[in-house]
Design a protein around this ligand. Sequence first.
Ligand SMILES: Cc1cc2nc3c(=O)[nH]c(=O)nc-3n(C[C@H](O)[C@H](O)[C@H](O)COP(=O)(O)OP(=O)(O)OC[C@H]3O[C@@H](n4cnc5c(N)ncnc54)[C@H](O)[C@@H]3O)c2cc1C
Length: 472
Amino acid sequence: MSGQLTSRSHDMAAAAALSELEALLGAGGLKSGAAIDPASVRDWSGEAGGTPLAHVAPRSTAELSAVMRICAAHGLPVVPQGGLSGLAGGAVPSDGCVLVSLSKMAEIEEIDLSSGQMTVQAGVPLQTVQERAAAAGMFFALDLGARGSCQIGGAIATNAGGNRVLRYGMMRDLVLGLEVVLMDGTVLPMMNRMPKNNAAMDLKPLFIGSEGTMGIVTRAVLKLHPGVTGANAALLALPDFDAALSLLQMAQRALSSRVSAFELMWNDYYAAAVEHGGLRAPVPAEHPVYVLVEMLGADPEADRPAFEAMLEAAFEEGLILDAVIAQNEREVESFWALRDAISELLVHYKPKISFDVSVPLARLGACVETMRAALEAAFPGLVQLYFGHAGDSNLHLVTGHMDRYGAEEAAVEEIVYGIVRDFGGSVSAEHGIGLHKKRWLSYSRSPGELALLRAMKAVLDPKGLLNPGKVI
Ligand SMILES: Cc1cc2nc3c(=O)[nH]c(=O)nc-3n(C[C@H](O)[C@H](O)[C@H](O)COP(=O)(O)OP(=O)(O)OC[C@H]3O[C@@H](n4cnc5c(N)ncnc54)[C@H](O)[C@@H]3O)c2cc1C
């Protein structure tokens, strides 16, 4: 009887909330039931969530704040959504939630050339930010494969990394100011524009990388960089991981820390990318390790002699076995195509697991060999493809065709994450925890840290309504 009452009162609260939301947003501003686009219940990882009650797309911070007040008053869970390119299941709905899409808040408000800043709404796609910065003669450094679909708000919420972290840092390093709406509708206008601001502790880091569990990002002040027009890049074959480590140090010394990307591909990944990505191999797929090294600059032609001299010196020291230097932008892109072939590989090797971890750089090579041996011992023949943003200690691993080798997901994850823990690494380098990695979070964070994270969440969202069940 009491169960029926609870369920009836829940239905009544949901109906009341829906009619208040409709009054606020208009009939076109809210979708419920079968009218909700099925594409909005999954993210790119394919993770299916629960059944949402409604889908709303507010047009302003004030409107979003009002949506949050209604949801909080009726005890409705809220799940923020950006471009749904997330790989951790962080944006998928929980049962009975209101999905909040930022897609209608997609304005670039200002580009300030004197201080190298862009003020944007959260729903602007990353690629639009990059293009508008370039059109203004500036450079926005964040770049990743999903640039066309992911939004700035999503990139902030996941503290996205990508291809140029080595030189410019992660999203956290590119955000000066932030506007956030809390679960109770409070708007925090932290739109700072100064590199120096020590007026008490900075609250922005609490929201960057919180995967929509602490607040909803609505606007941001982004850092732009001047003087980037093109790249020098080379694809290199190396004898082993230690040679890659030495090469990275040598390149950073010779090029005054201007290396913008240092992407490592072990032979298994490189050979698979060439075969299944349908790509031409710039150097034969017979060497142990491959590196894509890139240096961005204001005048790539002028930088070229220093770039080539560094490669020659590395060649003479025996660090490089074979090399191709890009002669034009098209060739730079063809090198990146090898690194970006991961999307095709993920389809080819289904069922698969795609790992994103980080390990202290000096131990990365040993970690890969330990994983390779442990997985081979447990599941002989299992496909293992190793690659990553190695300059950032970031390792990606795909274990593929799992069914052919009797490789259970949980058993493979236990092996990989256990080794990451033993090497002092992190179970998530850049994709976040979402739903996928909740089980493994304690391998990288202590009980004390987890308790503090939960306590901070409880202060901002005491009823646990914002993106429930995710991260912690
Ligand atoms: C092909 C491909 C390549 C990728 N490469 C990289 C890479 O190199 N590096 C990398 O870091 N990631 C990468 N990703 C992952 C993904 O693109 C990033 O995590 C991206 O930042 C997610 O942005 P989104 O707008 O799609 O967010 P969504 O997927 O919609 O959401 C992701 C999380 O952020 C929350 N969220 C979204 N918007 C907001 C907001 N405005 N306020 C608060 N919370 C919000 C959601 O609730 C969810 O928890 C890649 C993905 C793909 C498909």
